[in-house]
Design a protein around this ligand. Structure first.
Ligand code: PLP
Length: 413
């Protein structure tokens, strides 16, 4: 075995915004013996996860489950619906939106990147990476496209690199207001099962998600939730596809089976995750993340450090990006916190590398584990010589004490 437990006691704090900490219940489910994926028991497992995940996406339409990371499901969304040279509009809210655009270009699509057009006085280098998708910009662009050359609009719901959750319903309204037939594709890899998400109601054509965030599973499975229009588009789409093809998948899924070897043990984990999430109730799950996020922001505000997301309407319930003061390298800070306190924090990606760190508040966490995380951050910041205006831990304790959780906790008779 690899020696991954470097500290003599206690548990490592994995507070990156995915992979998120995996509950013991799910780890136990995953450790069950692998079964024949073409055998008699498997079909029931397949049907259970395929229907359960529809509830989480809030869709009545099929959801495809790939044995792949989220990047695979990005590719699945594009290659099943588009043809070489098709023009797509992709809105850059951060690192992951830009990586999806890079993939689309590699696949031979004609990509038009759109970005927030304002000016950020505090952080000019990061302006567009501090805000959500501006639906009016999309509407204006689509209105100009009278020939309907634009085949798809692609946006990221929860931008994991910045901690911004875009308003997807507003993007659907923009497309409808422009009376444009473009497909709407949404990456909710780090949003699903942590933040309210409504595939059908918001008229999303392909939703892309992954296992290692709100679903609290290890990395390794990812999803495409489809709409009837996406299925129709897949009939005529000409980008080459084999592994990612929806048609073979959907045919096999009818009886709960897969066209190739699925990630059987992760599907055990998914079945357990769905049981947990649906027993708690999705509304409670979302409220839990909102509450954690509010406590973490109270801490960051007490420290008097800027939050990467500059628009309070789109603060992410999943993670908070914290900008370090000039001269304080965020990666050095993270290294110190990791070495001293056994706590992993998310790094700044792309153009914000070294200038910010990310606190994940998702997965198998609770109020006290988040307070410990904030304590690790606070001690690390002080050790780096940062003068903090006040204690963030105190502020978060105040928040938690004043706001009861909505999910039922254990009661002593
Ligand atoms: N999109 C978002 C929003 C993500 O957060 C990630 C990963 O963190 C990806 C895409 C890429 O997914 P993966 O790393 O699972 O391939």
């Amino acid at each position: 075995m690899l020696d991954l437990d470097f500290h003599p006691s206690g548990r490592h704090f994995l507070q990156i915004p995915g992979p998120s900490p995996v509950p013991d219940r799910i780890l136990r489910a995953i450790s069950l013996p692998t079964i024949d994926h073409r055998g008699p028991e498997f079909g029931a497992l397949g049907l259970k996860v395929l229907t359960g995940i529809q509830t989480v996406f809030r869709t009545r339409h099929p959801v495809v489950i790939y044995p792949a990371s989220g990047t695979g499901a990005w590719e699945g969304a594009l290659v099943n619906t588009l043809s070489p040279g098709d023009h797509v509009v992709m809105y850059e809210t951060g690192h992951f939106a830009s990586l999806w655009a890079k993939m689309a270009t590699r696949l031979g699509l004609s990509v038009e990147l759109m970005e927030w057009s304002g000016e950020d006085k505090q952080l000019p280098h990061a302006g567009g990476w501090r805000r959500g998708v501006q639906a009016e910009q999309i509407e204006q662009r689509l209105r100009l496209d009278t020939q309907h050359r634009i085949k798809a609009v692609c946006v990221v719901h929860n931008e994991t690199s910045t901690g911004v959750t875009s308003d997807i319903a507003s993007v659907r309204r923009a497309i409808d207001a422009a009376r444009h037939p473009a497909l709407l594709m949404v990456d909710t890899i780090s949003g699903l099962a942590s933040v309210d998400y409504r595939h059908d109601e918001w008229g999303v054509d392909v939703s892309v998600a992954g296992s290692q965030k709100g679903l609290m599973l290890p990395p390794g499975i990812s999803f495409n939730a489809l709409s009837p229009r996406a299925l129709e588009a897949s009939q005529g789409a000409r980008l080459p596809r084999a592994f990612w093809a929806w048609d073979d998948m959907l045919a096999a899924n009818k009886n709960g089976y897969f066209p190739y070897t699925p990630n059987t043990n992760l599907l055990y984990g998914l079945a357990e995750s769905l049981d947990m999430l649906l027993a708690e109730g999705l509304e409670n799950v979302f409220a839990r993340h909102q509450r954690w996020a509010a406590a973490v922001r109270a801490a960051v505000q007490a420290w008097d450090l800027p939050i990467q997301c500059a628009d309070a309407r789109v603060y992410s319930p999943v993670l908070t990006g914290v900008i370090t003061p000039p001269g304080v390298d965020a990666d050095e800070l993270r290294r110190l916190i990791y070495e001293r306190f056994d706590l992993s924090l998310g790094m700044g990606l792309g153009k914000v590398k070294g200038r910010m760190f990310r606190i994940g508040h998702l997965g198998d966490s609770n109020d006290l584990s988040l307070l410990a995380t904030l304590a690790g951050c606070e001690m690390g910041l002080r050790l780096m010589g940062v003068e903090l205006a006040a204690s963030g831990v105190q502020a978060a304790m105040g928040y938690f004490s004043a706001h009861r959780p909505s999910s039922a906790l254990r009661k002593v008779a």
